[in-house]
Write a protein that binds this ligand. Structure first.
Ligand SMILES: C[S@@+](CC[C@H](N)C(=O)[O-])C[C@H]1O[C@@H](n2cnc3c(N)ncnc32)[C@H](O)[C@@H]1O
Length: 291
């Protein structure tokens, strides 16, 4: 209303010409130019933002830890807004692919606030959720103090080097986690190591669509709108600009699938959602690896 009032031309006496803006009295540009330049400067800032939470190499773990400490309490809310709730459906899909039953052991790497751990536990498995962020684990524990699910526990550790013996778990899942590791390959190798023969390995993460036009649209959404959401909901645009930065060096569904094959997993496949913007990689550890 304020804008409409501001751009409405002031009437002067006279015929049809009186309907036209009078350059002395039409104040639209006075309002619009700061508005447009404000939007343009937000746009330019977001699109040129160097990411304070992302650099490959030795600093990576410390930066990622700092990022999740900063957003832990708003993490679930932003997930819901950013995906319009769809992340819940993808995580249920992860749990169903894990195909666990009562008595099975399941591992949720990079468990964060525990969504996938809880979904696996509801299927009857005894679940360990592992994450290196105190802040995210505190939210997971807090949620469980309300949910009171007994067959899940959360523990701190590095997903690339877990404290578990080889061949411990019937299913190993990671949701939006592999991309955050200093070495995603080391994370996937670790998943395969702790999986029992016959166990299911499942990786859910942002993907890279094959279609160039769709990829462009989707990357623009990640580059501009998602950081804007981060700014509005938790005052941290760069924490959400991190997603597109971290995708740069991550090979996404195709690379993960190739690595699963290198690891000699069987029944390897990729499920794509929203035209490949989101994906689930699936593989099973062979009953006997033939070595
Ligand atoms: C985007 S969140 C995903 C949380 C949860 N899996 C989900 O799907 O909502 C990524 C999580 O990975 C954790 N993380 C990153 N690097 C890790 C590492 N090296 N070891 C263990 N956890 C790590 C972060 O602390 C964060 O909680």
């Amino acid at each position: 209303m304020i804008f409409l009032a501001a751009i409405k031309p002031k009437r002067t006496e006279g015929g049809i010409c009186s309907e036209l803006p009078n350059y002395q009295t039409f104040r639209g540009p006075i309002i619009w130019s700061p508005l447009c330049s404000g939007l343009l400067s937000i746009w330019t800032t977001l699109s040129n933002m160097e990411n304070e939470f992302y650099s490959p190499g030795e600093q990576r773990a410390a930066q990622v830890n700092r990022l999740f400490a900063a957003i832990a309490t708003r993490y679930d809310l932003i997930n819901d807004i950013q995906s319009l709730g769809a992340h819940r459906r993808w995580k249920r899909r992860v749990a169903s692919l894990a195909a666990v039953k009562a008595g099975d052991r399941a591992l949720d790497l990079c468990c964060g606030t525990g969504d996938i751990s809880f979904a696996l536990a509801k299927c009857g498995a005894t679940v360990t959720g592992l994450d290196f962020s105190d802040a995210m684990l505190a939210v997971a524990d807090n949620r469980n103090s309300k949910l009171k699910i007994k067959n899940v526990k959360f523990t701190q550790g590095d997903a690339q080097k877990t404290p578990f013996a080889a061949e411990t778990f019937d299913a190993v899942a990671v949701g939006f986690g592999l991309r955050n590791l200093a070495s995603w390959e080391a994370g996937l190798d670790e998943m395969a190591r702790v999986a029992k023969p016959g166990a299911r390995l499942i990786v859910l993460d942002f993907g890279k669509p094959d279609n160039a036009l769709w990829r462009g649209i989707y990357f623009t959404y990640l580059k501009l709108l998602v950081p804007l959401l981060g700014l509005l909901v938790c005052g941290k645009p760069s924490a959400y600009a991190y997603i597109i930065a971290s995708l740069r060096d991550y090979p996404a569904q195709r690379g993960v699938e190739a690595r699963m094959r290198q690891l000699r997993l069987v029944n390897v496949r990729t499920d794509n959602f929203i035209g490949g913007a989101m994906s689930i990689n699936y593989g099973e550890k062979p009953q006997s690896d033939g070595k």
